[in-house]
Design a protein around this ligand. Structure first.
Ligand SMILES: Nc1nc2c(ncn2[C@@H]2O[C@H](COP(=O)(O)OP(=O)(O)OP(=O)(O)O)[C@@H](O)[C@H]2O)c(=O)[nH]1
Ligand SMILES: [Mg+2]
Length: 375
């Protein structure tokens, strides 16, 4: 396979030459692949491009891609990936920093997992055997761990422990080439979370390999001050755009419509045609019907139930299953009140817990049974 190691640089004149040399040695340990280096140069004033050109003249596998000007880490990778895929015809692309924070010696162990059939190999600092630099000051360590933890909680991709690492290997065919690189959510550092998320959504088989993240060798950090804010923006918008989140939000909105319908109609009926005892029965039934239809044609519209008979059948299941948490809630409230006293606070805490459990129950039943994915 043709593997292109994409290295963005900005003012890395003191590192990039030595890194290319180190990689050229390491490539000997990856004899089964055709290895290339693509440096994406942000038009550094320190002569980085000159160093790369010198190496280009010695090594046929070195390529220099000049940017007009520094446009951010994400922008550099997008530019580099496109060039690697379209011009160099890469089968696999590697993300790597120029400053020796990513050890070239670890590259073969990452590539090996592509040979083993994985599509996305993540050099991970937060698994057993992986590490961040001991020398880092507490603030930087905390920053790194907290940023990662936030992404983990918000994106919650199983089997991934390092969401912000920059040492990664991706298969092109069926994965990177299916991603709309022109619409990556960040031009900066946070492109990493978006790419990871999109690779996951593309169905990539993901493998984490422990890496020892080093300190920067020479030169200075280009980490932008707004990284944290930008990363948070990216992970939250990814989560909000997610199909399941959209479904859940619509399901909640429908629930609210149900509540308003139920309460409104109960009062209308009570004041007009029905007794106070029968009014909630009728309003409850109509609210069930309204929410069932709204869920069918809106919240879960990708899995609409076909035909009147099926709709009737699932409507009955819907009514029965929706009643289960209501009954459980009454037991829960009873239990709380008898254990902790019949006070306003105890009653409402138990009631609220019941509502949350009911939401989870209903969403799960609707999602997994009534409107389950047919694919
Ligand atoms: N072309 C290009 N390269 C960049 C840009 N920003 C960073 N880089 C390069 O991307 C790699 C990672 O950037 P670093 O500044 O090392 O970021 P970091 O590793 O999070 O920070 P340190 O630990 O302080 O080094 C390095 O090779 C940089 O030279 C950019 O805007 N354009
Ligand atoms: Mg660095």
């Amino acid at each position: 396979m043709k593997i292109v190691v994409v290295i963005p640089t900005y003012n890395e004149a003191k590192n990039i030459g030595r890194l290319i040399d180190a990689l050229s040695v390491e490539f000997k340990n990856i004899p089964n692949h055709e290895m290339h280096i693509l440096v994406v140069e942000g038009n550094s004033p320190d002569g980085t491009a000159r160093v790369v050109k010198e190496k280009e003249a010695i090594f046929p596998f070195v390529h220099l891609l000049m940017e007009e000007k520094k446009a951010g880490l994400g922008a550099a990778y997008v530019y580099g990936f496109k060039y690697a895929m379209n011009e160099l015809k890469a089968d696999v692309v590697v993300e790597m920093d120029a400053d020796f924070q990513h050890d070239p010696k670890e590259l073969p162990s990452l590539i090996k997992e592509i040979d083993n059939g994985y599509d996305y190999v993540i050099g991970s600092r937060f698994v057993k055997g992986g590490s961040i630099p001991k020398e880092w000051e507490l603030k930087r360590k905390l920053f790194s761990k907290l940023g990662n933890l936030t992404s983990k909680i918000v994106l919650g991709i199983k089997g991934v422990n390092d969401f912000t690492t920059g040492y990664k290997v991706s298969r092109v065919e069926g994965f990177v080439d299916t991603i709309d690189l022109d619409n990556i959510l960040s031009k900066g550092f946070a492109y990493k979370m978006d790419l990871l998320y999109k690779m996951h959504k593309a169905g990539a088989k993901i493998k984490e390999v422990p890496i020892q993240f080093q300190t920067r060798d020479e030169g200075s950090s280009k980490m932008e001050k707004n990284n944290l804010k930008d990363s948070l923006r990216v992970v939250i918008s990814l989560r909000l755009k997610d199909k399941n989140t959209q479904k859940f939000l619509k399901f909640c909105a429908v629930g609210l419509v149900g509540l308003i319908t139920d309460t409104g109609l109960a009062n209308v009926f009570r004041l007009t045609i029905l007794s106070s005892k029968n009014a909630p029965l009728a309003s409850g039934f109509i609210a069930m019907l309204v929410t069932f239809l709204l869920n069918n044609f809106w919240s879960f519209n990708e899995n609409k139930i076909p035909g009147v008979i099926n709709k009737t059948k699932y409507f009955i299941i819907y009514c029965v299953s929706s009643y289960i948490p209501i009954i459980l809630r009454s037991f829960l409230v009873g239990f709380f009140v008898s254990s902790f006293g019949n006070t306003f606070i105890v009653f409402n805490i138990a009631f609220f817990i019941g509502i949350v459990l009911g939401l989870i129950w209903n969403f799960t039943v609707y999602n997994k049974i009534i409107w389950k994915d047919k694919k």
